[in-house]
Ligand binder design. Structure first.
Ligand code: MN
Ligand code: MN
Length: 468
C-alpha cells in the first residue's frame, strides 16, 4: 500500500464539508438556512422564541401537555414554563424506565436589560439605564442600532408586549461612544474597561414637553409618548422585562452565501435545529425530548433555568400520564437516559488563531461539533462525557453519514466555558455537548456556517431516533 492510501485509512482526515456536498444537497442546506434565518428574525428574545416555537408545534400536531389526559406511543406534547422555556416530547414505544433521548438547547442570549428604574434625563437628553445580561464585550454594544423587546406587566396583571426598532418605520435606539478626537484617555484603558457597565445608557429622546414650565421636560415628553402608546406610567417599569438587542436582521454572509450572520445564534441555532428535528420524529422507540431552556447565559438559575426542578416535574407528568409512574421511577429514568447538550462551540478564527489549539479547534464547515468536556483550568467544572458514550454518538453519526468533529473550547488555560450539560449529568444522564461552531460568539452579530447548521439538524434527528 502506498503512503497516501495508508494515510487515508489510518489518519483522522478532517475534510471541509462543502467538498463532498452535491448540488442537490447544497440546495437543501441553503433552503434550510433560509428557514432558519426567517425564524431568527421572528425570535430574537427567549419569550419570542417560545411563542414562535409554540406556533410551529401547534401546526405540527403537538398538543399542550396540560390539555392531555393520557399519553400513548406516538403522542406529541409540549409544556411551556412561564413563557420563557419549553419542553417538548414525542412518546416512545418503549417504557420510560429504559431511558429517553434528550436534546437540550437554550433560548436566552447575551443582551442589555433595562434596570427597574431606567428612565432619567441628563442635559436635555432622555436615557434608559441598563444592566447587561450574560458575558459581553461592552464596547461592542455602543454605536449600533438597538431595538427594545419585552413585556411590561401592570399591577393589575395586564401584560403589554413591546417590540420597537425592528419595523422599517420604527425608530431605533443607540448607546453613544466618545469621538476619537477626545478619547485619548479612554483609548489608553484596557479593552474591558474602555466602556463601563454604568455607561451603557440608551439614548431615547431629546425633545422637551411643550409646557415650558418645570424641569425634566424631555423625560416628561418621553413618558407622555409611552403613556399614549402603551398606557403606562413610570412605575410600571418596576415590573417589566425589557431587553435591548441589536436591531439588525439575520442575513446570508459572504459572496458565496455560505454563512449566516445574526444576533443570538448562541444558542438559537441549536434551539431551531433541535426543534425542527423533533417535528419529524414519528413513534420513536424511546421517548424523544427537546429542551429549550432559559437563563443559561447567567448560570441556569431561577425557575425558568435548567437548575430548576421544573424539568423533573415535566418528566414526572409524562410518567403519570402514560400510566407508568411508581415511586423513585424518575431517578431510574434519568440514569438510563442519554442527552446531547445542544450548545454552540467556539469556531476557529484565523485572525485570533493564537487562542486555539489548531488540532482541537472546531472549524466552520466541518460539521456538528462535539465537546467531550468544557470547563476551564484543568477541566474544572466540566461535565466530561464517558468514552463509551462518545463512541456511541460517533457510531450514530458515522452510520448516518452526519459530518461531525470533536473539539475543545480554546487552548488550555486560555479561558473556558460551560453549558447545561452538567445539570443533566448530575441527575445520572449520559451527556455530551454537541452544537454548531460560531465566530464572534456573544457579539451582537454572530457567524455560523450553513453547512454546520444543517449537520446539526441531521445529527439531532438521528439522536432522537436512537435505539438500544
Ligand atoms: Mn450557549
Ligand atoms: Mn453563551
Amino acid at each position: 500500500m502506498n503512503g497516501k492510501e495508508l494515510k487515508e485509512t489510518l489518519f483522522n482526515n478532517k475534510k471541509n464539508g462543502w467538498d463532498s456536498t452535491t448540488d442537490e444537497q447544497k440546495g437543501e442546506i441553503f433552503k434550510f438556512a433560509d428557514e432558519y434565518i426567517y425564524f431568527l428574525n421572528q425570535s430574537k428574545t427567549e419569550r419570542e422564541l417560545i411563542q414562535t416555537a409554540k406556533d410551529i408545534l401547534l401546526k405540527n400536531n403537538f398538543k399542550d401537555l396540560n390539555e392531555t389526559e393520557n399519553l400513548y406511543a406516538g403522542d406529541k406534547v409540549f409544556y411551556i414554563n412561564r413563557d420563557k422555556s419549553m419542553y417538548i416530547a414525542v412518546i416512545g414505544k418503549e417504557k420510560f424506565e429504559n431511558g429517553i433521548n434528550i436534546v437540550g438547547a437554550h433560548v436566552d442570549s447575551p443582551r442589555l436589560d433595562l434596570k427597574p428604574n431606567p428612565l432619567y434625563e441628563d442635559s436635555e437628553f432622555a436615557y434608559f439605564k441598563t444592566h447587561y445580561y450574560g458575558g459581553i464585550k461592552k464596547y461592542q454594544w455602543t454605536t449600533i442600532p438597538l431595538a427594545i423587546h419585552g413585556v411590561i406587566v401592570q399591577a393589575d396583571g395586564k401584560k403589554i408586549n413591546v417590540n420597537i426598532g425592528e419595523d422599517e418605520n420604527d425608530p431605533i435606539f443607540t448607546i453613544t461612544d466618545l469621538l476619537p478626537h477626545l478619547a485619548m484617555e479612554q483609548m489608553e484603558k484596557k479593552l474591558k474597561e474602555g466602556i463601563s457597565g454604568e455607561d451603557l445608557n440608551l439614548l431615547i429622546g431629546s425633545m422637551p414637553y411643550e409646557d415650558k414650565d418645570g424641569s425634566e421636560r424631555v423625560k416628561l415628553n418621553i413618558m407622555k409618548i409611552l403613556n399614549d402608546k402603551y398606557g403606562i406610567t413610570e412605575k410600571d417599569f418596576l415590573s417589566s422585562e425589557l431587553e435591548l438587542i441589536p436591531a439588525f436582521k439575520a442575513r446570508s454572509l459572504g459572496f458565496d452565501r455560505s454563512m449566516i450572520a445574526g444576533y443570538g445564534q448562541d444558542d438559537k441555532v441549536c434551539a431551531y435545529t433541535s426543534l425542527r428535528a423533533i417535528l419529524n420524529v414519528e413513534k420513536p422507540n424511546k421517548t424523544a425530548v427537546c429542551i429549550l431552556s432559559d437563563k443559561e447565559e447567567i448560570g441556569s438559575m431561577g425557575n425558568t433555568g435548567m437548575e430548576s426542578h421544573e424539568f423533573d416535574t415535566f418528566i414526572s407528568e409524562l410518567l403519570n400520564k402514560s400510566g407508568e409512574n411508581r415511586p423513585n421511577l424518575l431517578d431510574k429514568v434519568f440514569c438510563n437516559s442519554k442527552m446531547l447538550s445542544a450548545d454552540v462551540d467556539a469556531g476557529f478564527d484565523p485572525i485570533y488563531a493564537n487562542v486555539s489549539d489548531k488540532l482541537n479547534a472546531g472549524k466552520l464547515g466541518y460539521g456538528i461539533g462535539l465537546n467531550k468536556y468544557t470547563g476551564s483550568r484543568g477541566k474544572s467544572g466540566a461535565s466530561d462525557a464517558n468514552a463509551e458514550y462518545v463512541a456511541e454518538i460517533r457510531g450514530i453519526f458515522e452510520k448516518a453519514g452526519v459530518p461531525y468533529q470533536l473539539s475543545e473550547l480554546g487552548k488550555v488555560d486560555v479561558g473556558g466555558g460551560g453549558t447545561i450539560a452538567y445539570i443533566l449529568a448530575n441527575k445520572g444522564v449520559d451527556v455530551i455537548d454537541c452544537g454548531v461552531p460560531v465566530l464572534s460568539m456573544h457579539a451582537p452579530y454572530e457567524v455560523t456556517s450553513k453547512f454546520d447548521v444543517y449537520c446539526a439538524y441531521r445529527g439531532y434527528k438521528e439522536f432522537y431516533d436512537r435505539k438500544g
